[in-house]
Design a protein around this ligand. Structure first.
Ligand code: ADP
Ligand code: DAR
Length: 342
């Protein structure tokens, strides 16, 4: 593999930190699962518009390729190589402000999880991925009460049902080119699927970017109710499944942006006045460590001034702090929107 030359307009963290020296140091290394530097950076080499550009193949990747990963992790999360991650899922520690339902259309909080003792989706074999699906769906089918539901494999799902679930924001999109180049779409749709309860307020994606995306969501701005449901689900699933976790990096994820809490707490929020003044909008989202996505999630456009606003920091903050980032930032956006209306 030759040292990749990135065009000057490429702004990915991969292009920023993959120096020739680091490339020479890492290019011949391979994890016990056979994951190489070439595997890790392929998405960022093939997709020059990547924001990050690198994925891991296993927990070991983050140590074996730490010369590169640590720089990207510090840049994205503000998390140094000497820091250690801390978790806190205590609902009562959240300082809740009631988010105004006149602006907040819906709330969703998700965490990524991957099973311990399995490679990540970027290098997992079909047999291993099918085993992940078997183990996880068995654990999900044992859930009771509000969390009880049904698992729907993608294989055999009609395109009508699939497209409706995607359109209603319940199911992952297909064919993401970043995931494709990272090897995460191999054998598609084998081993992929969605579990959800009757009300679709609790959902779990299987074997998309991570082996599990555990999701709690509902209409309106009741963040505490959404967070409480998610914590209950995490606690129940941890009784049956062992998740890949590192003392330094928290929960292990395919993408370094999803390490630590692996949590994205988001609202769909209508902000027509701020939509006309994006510099003012971004000053607030920068101040509160927020990320702006379009109405259909990552890499989508905003429609009718509806934005997906979520915490940006996932590692080096606890789950409570990640939710607090979102609450405090959304409250500030709503106050500014009201001021501009006035
Ligand atoms: P992820 O959240 O797993 O990183 P995406 O950004 O692609 O992935 O979002 C996945 C789906 O969840 C998309 O359809 C997106 O519109 C939807 N979504 C995200 N946040 C919310 C929310 N607060 N309310 C409703 N749907 C949401
Ligand atoms: N699209 C890739 C990943 C960025 C973070 N989003 C994730 N992991 N879904 C990029 O490098 O832009």
């Amino acid at each position: 593999m030759d040292y990749p030359i990135f065009p000057k307009e490429c702004t990915s963290l991969l292009s920023k930190y993959l120096s020739q020296d680091i490339f020479e140091e890492l290019k011949n290394k391979k994890t016990t699962n056979g994951f190489t530097l070439a595997n890790a950076i392929n998405s960022g080499v093939k997709n020059l518009d990547s924001g990050i550009g690198i994925y891991a193949g296993d927990a070991e990747s983050y140590e074996l390729f730490s010369a590169l990963f640590n720089k990207i992790i510090e840049d994205y999360h503000g998390f140094s190589s000497e820091a250690t991650h801390k978790s806190n899922l205590t609902i009562d520690d959240v300082k809740m402000k009631e988010l105004d339902d006149d602006y907040v259309l819906s709330t969703r909080i998700r965490v990524g999880r991957n099973l311990a003792n399995f490679p990540l989706g970027t290098i997992i074999s079909k047999v291993q991925r099918d085993e992940v699906e078997r183990l996880v769906s068995m654990a999900l089918n044992a859930l009771e009460g509000e969390l009880a539901g049904e698992y729907f494999p993608l294989l055999g799902m009609t395109s009508e049902v699939q497209n409706r679930l995607i359109k209603e924001h319940f199911l992952f999109k297909e064919g993401d080119r970043f995931l494709e180049a990272a090897g995460l779409n191999r054998d598609w749709a084998e081993g992929r699927g969605i579990f959800h309860n009757h009300d679709k307020t609790f959902l779990v994606w299987l074997n998309e970017e991570d082996q599990l995306r555990i999701i709690s969501m509902q209409k309106g701005g009741d963040v505490l109710k959404v967070f409480s449901r998610l914590v209950k689900a995490i606690n129940e699933l941890e009784k049956q499944l062992s998740f890949s976790y590192s003392e330094r990096l928290g929960y292990i994820a395919s993408c370094p942006t999803n390490l630590g809490t692996a949590m994205r707490a988001s609202v769909h929020i209508k902000l027509p006045k701020l939509a006309e003044d994006m510099s003012r909008f971004k000053a607030i989202t920068d101040k509160y460590h927020l990320q702006i996505r379009g109405m259909n999630g990552e890499h989508s456009e905003t429609k009718e001034a509806i934005f997906d606003i979520s915490n940006r920091r996932r590692l080096g903050v606890t789950e409570v702090e990640a939710v607090q980032d979102m609450i405090d930032g959304v409250e500030a956006l709503i106050q500014m929107e009201k001021k501009l209306e006035g």
